[in-house]
Design a protein around this ligand. Structure first.
Ligand code: ASP
Length: 346
C-alpha cells in the first residue's frame, strides 16, 4: 500500500515538473519571439579605444560610411535577397572604404605590407569559406564565398588562396593598393613603441590604441536564413604569418540556425574563447537569449577592453555589444529598429 502511495506521489510530482518546464519553455519562446522581424542586419567597422575627441569631420565620415553600408544590407534584405548576399555586399562595401581596416585601408604588418583575412558562413547549412594571409585579393570576402560555394574545402591560406582566386577569377590588385597614409603613420607609431605586444604578450591589448576597423556583418533574410561574414587586415605591426580570429570559423565568424555573429577586437583573446561559437552554444545549451549569451561572453569569459560583437538571431533581434570603449556599428530590422553608433552610451 505504502509503495502505491509513493509511486502515485512521484508521478504527481513529475507531471507537475513537466508542466512547469513546458511553461518556462513557452515563456522563453514568447520572450524571444517578441521582436519577431522578417529580416535583420547588423554590421561593424571595428572595436577598440576610439577617442571621443575624434574631430567632427572624421566622426561624420565614419557615420556616413556605416550608414552607406547599412543601406546596402537593408536594400538586399527588404527586396527578398539572401542573408549571404547581404553580408557579402555589406562587407565588400566596407572593404572598399579606406576608413576601415579591411581591404583598402588595411593596417600594415611589421614588414610594411598587408596580409588580409576573411570568412563567411551560411547558418542554414553550416557551410563556410575562409582565407588567411592573402596579399592581392581586392575583396577577400568574395573569395571566401567562392571557397565556400565552389571548393570542397573551407579554409585556404597564403599562396594557395591566391591561386584559387585566379581560378575563380576574383579581382586582384597590387599590395600597395591597400595602403593609406593614416595606416602607415599608425605603423610608424607602433614601431616606435618598442614595448609593443610583440616583445611583451602582457601588453597585447596595446595594439587597440593604434588600430581599429575590422569589418563584419550578420543578417537574417525573409526565408529565415542567417549568415555572417568578417574581413580584416588584422593588427598593426603583426608578425609574418600571424593569423587572427577573423577567418577561424567559430572564433571571429559564426552562423547557425539560431544566430549569426561577427567579432572584432583583440584576435588572440577572441580565439582563446572561441567567441562567436561560444555565444551560439550558450544560447543552445542554456536556452538564453542572444543578448544574455553575448553578455555572458563579454563579462564572464573576456576581459574589459577585449572585443565587440554584432549579431542577429532567428527572430530578427539585433544585438551589438562590446567591452571596449567603442565599436563602429550599425543595425536595422523590419520591425523598425535602426541604429548607427560609435561609443557605448549612444
Ligand atoms: N580581430 C582582428 C584581428 O585580431 C582585429 C580587429 O578586430 O580589430 O585580426
Amino acid at each position: 500500500m505504502k509503495r502505491i502511495w509513493i509511486v502515485a506521489l512521484v508521478s504527481l510530482l513529475s507531471t507537475a515538473l513537466i508542466a512547469c518546464e513546458t511553461d518556462n519553455a513557452n515563456d522563453q519562446e514568447t520572450e524571444m519571439d517578441a521582436n519577431n522581424s522578417e529580416w535583420a542586419i547588423a554590421l561593424h567597422g571595428g572595436a577598440g579605444v576610439i577617442s571621443r575627441d575624434l574631430p567632427e569631420d572624421e566622426r561624420q565620415q565614419y557615420y556616413e560610411g556605416l550608414e552607406e553600408a547599412l543601406r546596402i544590407g537593408e536594400e538586399v534584405l527588404r527586396n527578398g535577397g539572401s542573408a549571404l548576399d547581404a553580408v557579402e555586399q555589406v562587407v565588400r562595401n566596407l572593404e572598399d572604404n579606406p576608413l576601415f581596416n579591411a581591404g583598402r585601408g588595411s593596417v600594415f604588418t611589421h614588414e610594411g605590407t598587408h596580409e588580409l583575412d576573411a570568412a563567411i558562413m551560411d547558418g542554414s547549412t553550416l557551410e563556410a569559406g575562409a582565407l588567411t594571409g592573402v596579399t592581392t585579393v581586392r575583396n577577400p570576402v568574395t573569395l571566401a564565398r567562392k571557397i565556400m560555394e565552389n571548393s570542397r574545402h573551407i579554409f585556404f591560406s597564403g599562396n594557395g588562396a591566391e591561386v584559387y582566386a585566379d581560378e575563380m577569377e576574383v579581382e586582384r590588385v597590387e599590395n600597395e593598393w591597400f595602403s593609406t597614409e593614416r595606416r602607415y603613420q599608425q605603423l610608424q607609431r607602433a614601431l616606435e613603441e618598442s614595448s609593443s605586444y610583440l616583445q611583451n604578450p602582457e601588453l597585447g591589448k596595446d595594439y587597440l590604441h593604434f588600430k581599429y576597423g575590422t569589418v563584419g556583418a550578420a543578417a537574417l533574410d525573409q526565408n529565415g536564413n542567417l549568415a555572417a561574414a568578417t574581413s580584416t587586415g588584422g593588427m598593426t605591426n603583426k608578425m609574418y604569418g600571424r593569423v587572427g580570429d577573423v577567418p577561424i570559423i567559430g572564433s571571429g565568424t559564426y552562423a547557425n540556425d539560431l544566430a549569426a555573429i561577427s567579432a572584432t577586437g583583440w584576435g588572440e583573446q577572441i580565439m582563446r574563447n572561441v567567441s562567436a561559437h561560444t555565444i551560439a552554444a550558450h544560447m543552445e545549451f542554456t536556452g538564453s537569449s542572444l543578448q544574455e549569451s553575448m553578455q555572458f561572453l563579454l563579462t564572464e569569459r573576456l576581459n574589459p577592453g577585449d572585443a565587440g560583437f554584432i549579431s542577429v538571431d532567428r527572430y530578427g533581434n539585433v544585438v551589438m555589444d562590446m567591452n571596449t570603449e567603442g565599436m563602429f556599428r550599425a543595425g536595422a530590422n523590419a520591425a523598425g529598429f535602426r541604429e548607427v553608433a560609435i561609443w557605448e552610451d549612444e
